[in-house]
Design a protein around this ligand. Structure first.
Ligand code: MGD
Ligand code: MGD
Ligand code: SF4
Ligand code: MO
Length: 703
């Protein structure tokens, strides 16, 4: 009997959320419902520990506000007023609209918009890719998360993987740079604490003393977007004091002589003026880094959500090469996704697309895509993402979603702010109702999920939805008739990736999670895939796209660093940083009472110096604002940042908890992304959420 048919029991599962840890779970089921979620103690990496968010996952999965049947909009866009329709009616209408649009305006007038609300590869990047490819829709560039940093890492290292979790245990110096692992990757934080017990020193470099910074032996605050300058200051000192590994540089890198020359200009004094880090601390950190082995640098996502984010990661990625850490058991990690890379061609079937040269739309530019493109986007299909809340410049995103001539389909579990703008709203299954394959972008295990509970109401998985829609469109290729297991088998068959060697569907069915074959990692330095096959301190590839070939500090476009503050601080003198909070996962959970109660309300952390200048006291209602929008918040006066930086954690749902409204459209209240920059980062088409300048004022009514 399959798990789904057994009314009660404890069943293996995997966490579907966009979190590096990809925990093994146990679902405790009674009378057909999940009553409890715990960690699977047999999982070699996550060992039975899970975060508070997912411990309460049952409440989300069985939430009374889950969408359970297809609906069609009856009220104004954004009003949340819908009437029930059947799946047949929904699929027929979507297919008809898509056919008409394709005939009249070309299929590239249709844009899929999705991200990793569910990390399962079949549902996040499988059948949807096949469907929209075959349709000929515009392509989406999936750039909202880590693409600037990943691109920066690859310019330096080639291969998109770094130190393994186990390696970090041995570090004697553990640097968390622009990440908040206590909240965002708890098992890496556990390994960091174990390393500390074995004698490691913990250094956190961040614009905000976040939960991880509060645990550091040494917390180093700096101005936003200045990490490249700090890393160059470290290089300056490492070269000057002979703390580099010359043999390693000769054997495994290109450009070390150019780099040595170039670093001379980044004196500790200059770097100090830019970053706000005292010059003596720049020297002290460089000495600590140059003299401690092994060392590990955990490169977070936060520091790359900037205009210069790709360069920041590229520059930091050069540090372990300067000190030869890769040959001494140390190193760095931005993402480990590449170790588990699947056969994407078999999974996504790009061969089904007749128009491979079709335009690509950067998901960070959604507002412009909806509002200003000459060749209009006329249909938007959203799934696995909540762009009205998570995309930058959200007031304009909503303006786009309001367009009467835009046909919007949203496939969701809940009535998110985005879902309220749908013309057709479709109910999605939760991951525990599906079959899917999960890899991790941190550890080295691959997981199989099979359905543990029945679909809520009439909900369908993304995988099923897009195969049904293909049929409704009359697409007859076999690719749309394949079942989940067939696709998983094809995706796992990737001869190009030696790490995936022993991972098969049969083993996954038997064992639920299977480790990658990590033996090829012994030749890590021989397997780098830069053009030179070496670590590229100097990058011809960057020169070719008009970027500095050597790591170079480029100030943010909006805002200021310490050096340029006076001339650039103008109307919006504060840098607004809006990173994840502890109890939500991006905007997921922000509608679940328990999670919301733990976070209480949106706050703005502001330095006493900046608060005093504005007559703001702790606990008052304030608003952060700039030319793009406003965000009302409660002020928390604290010195967790340097003056000039304000912090608001969490992607709250501005429209509230997402109940079916039945009301009339009202002006949407806005959240963090009402303020954020929609500019595109220097590399990888990345997002620049944190390169956002604002002013803050007290709200009289809230005083
Ligand atoms: N609890 C929880 N866990 C999550 C998520 C969540 O929403 N909640 N989201 C998941 C996702 S999708 C991701 S991508 C990861 C992200 O997790 P992390 O890699 O930890 O990255 P962030 O939390 O985005 O940002 C981390 C830090 O970057 C800092 N920062 C901002 N600008 C700068 C800068 O210029 N320099 C430096 N040095 N620091 C800066 C912020 O202050 C913040 O403390 O977490 C995943 N895990
Ligand atoms: N200001 C600011 N903005 C940010 C960030 C930040 O730090 N600051 N972080 C950015 C980052 S790193 C990321 S990754 C993005 C994340 O942005 P999103 O990927 O949009 O993440 P979520 O907000 O979690 O929304 C995911 C949605 O997918 C839905 N979902 C879950 N499973 C399924 C499924 O199987 N099928 C379908 N159809 N839907 C499903 C969930 O219900 C949820 O509403 O946000 C970015 N936005
Ligand atoms: S959100 Fe992250 S830490 Fe929490 S259970 Fe999922 S994978 Fe584990
Ligand atoms: Mo992300």
């Amino acid at each position: 009997m399959s798990m789904i048919d057994r009314a009660s029991g404890v069943f293996p599962a995997v966490c579907p959320l966009d979190c590096p840890d990809t925990c093994g779970l146990l679902l405790h089921k009674e009378n057909g419902k999940i009553v409890k979620v715990t960690g699977n103690p047999d999982h070699p990496e996550t060992k039975g520990a899970i975060c508070n968010k997912v411990r309460h996952m049952a409440e989300r999965v069985h939430h009374p506000e889950r969408l359970t049947h297809p609906m069609k909009r009856t009220g104004a866009k954004g009003s949340g007023r819908f009437v029930r329709i059947t799946w047949d009616e929904a699929l027929t209408e979507i297919a008809e609209r898509f056919r008409n649009l394709s005939a009249e305006h070309g299929p590239d007038s249709i844009l899929p918009y999705s991200f990793y609300g569910n990390m399962g590869v079949l549902n996040a990047e499988g059948m949807d890719r096949r469907f929209f490819g075959r349709l000929g829709a515009s392509k989406l560039a999936y750039t909202i998360c880590n693409s600037a940093g990943n691109a920066g890492w690859k310019y330096t290292m080639g291969f998109g993987g770094g130190s393994s979790p186990e390696d970090t245990l041995n570090a004697k110096l553990f640097i968390v740079w622009g990440g908040n692992i206590v909240s965002t990757s708890m098992h890496q934080a556990v390994l960091m604490e174990q390393a500390r017990k074995r004698g490691a020193k913990i250094v956190v470099i961040d614009v905000h003393r976040n939960m991880t910074g509060r645990r550091a032996d040494w917390f180093i605050p700096l101005h936003p977007g200045t990490d490249t300058a700090l890393a160059l200051g470290l290089m300056h000192v490492l070269f000057e004091r002979g703390l580099t590994d010359e043999d390693f540089l000769r054997r495994y890198t290109v450009g070390s002589e150019e780099m040595r020359e170039h670093a001379k200009t980044y004196t500790p004094e200059k770097v100090s003026r830019i970053t706000g880090v005292p010059a003596e601390d720049v020297v002290r950190l460089a000495e600590l880094y140059g003299e401690t082995s092994p060392s590990h640098i955990h490169i977070g996502n936060g520091l790359q959500h900037h205009d210069n984010g790709g360069m920041a990661v590229r520059t930091i990625a050069c540090l372990p090469a300067l000190t030869g850490q890769w040959a001494r058991g140390g190193g760095a990690m931005k993402s480990n996704g590449a170790y588990a890379s699947l056969n994407d061609d078999a999974l996504q079937r790009p061969d089904l697309r007749a128009n491979p040269g079709v335009r690509t739309i950067n998901m960070n530019a959604l507002a412009d895509a909806l509002l200003t493109l000459e060749k209009k986007v006329r249909a938007l299909f959203v799934f696995g993402s909540n762009p009205a809340v998570v995309a930058p410049d959200s007031a304009r995103v909503r303006e786009g979603l309001m367009r009467e001539d835009l046909f919007t389909v949203v496939h969701e579990l809940f009535l998110t702010d985005t879902a309220k703008y749908a013309d057709i709203l479709l109910p999605a299954t939760s991951s525990f109702e599906n079959t899917d394959l999960y890899t991790s972008y941190w550890h080295h295990y691959v997981h199989l999920q099979e359905p543990v509970i029945a679909p809520a109401g009439e909900s369908k998985s993304n995988f099923e939805l897009f195969s049904l829609l293909a049929r409704a469109m009359g697409f007859e290729e076999e690719a749309f008739a394949e079942d989940e297991k067939t696709v998983i088998r094809a995706a796992l068959d990737n001869p190009g990736n030696p790490y995936l060697g022993g991972v098969t569907l049969d083993r996954l069915e038997e064992e639920r999670f299977v480790g990658l074959d990590m033996s090829p990692k012994n030749d890590y330095l021989e397997r780098l895939t830069t053009p030179s096959g070496k670590i590229e301190l100097y990058s011809e590839q960057l020169a070719a796209i008009g970027l500095p070939p050597l790591p170079t500090y480029v100030p943010l476009e909006e805002g200021f660093d310490g050096e340029n503050r006076a001339e650039r601080s103008g109307t919006y003198p504060l840098m607004f940083i809006s990173p994840p909070n502890h109890n939500f996962l991006n905007s997921t959970f922000a509608n679940v009472e328990k999670h919301r109660a733990l976070e209480k309300e949106p706050t703005l952390q502001i330095h006493p110096f900046d608060a005093r200048e504005r007559g703001i006291e702790d606990g008052q209602t304030v608003e952060a604002f700039n030319a793009r929008g406003v965000y009302p918040l409660k002020a928390v006066v604290t010195d967790l940042m340097l003056p000039g930086t304000v912090v608001s954690q969490g992607l709250w749902w501005p429209d509230g908890a997402g109940k079916l409204a039945g009301g009339k459209a009202r002006r949407p209240r806005l959240a963090a992304n009402a303020l954020t920059s929609p500019r595109i980062a220097d590399m990888g088409g990345g997002a620049t959420f944190f390169s956002t300048a604002v002013e803050v004022r007290r709200l009289e009514s809230g005083a």
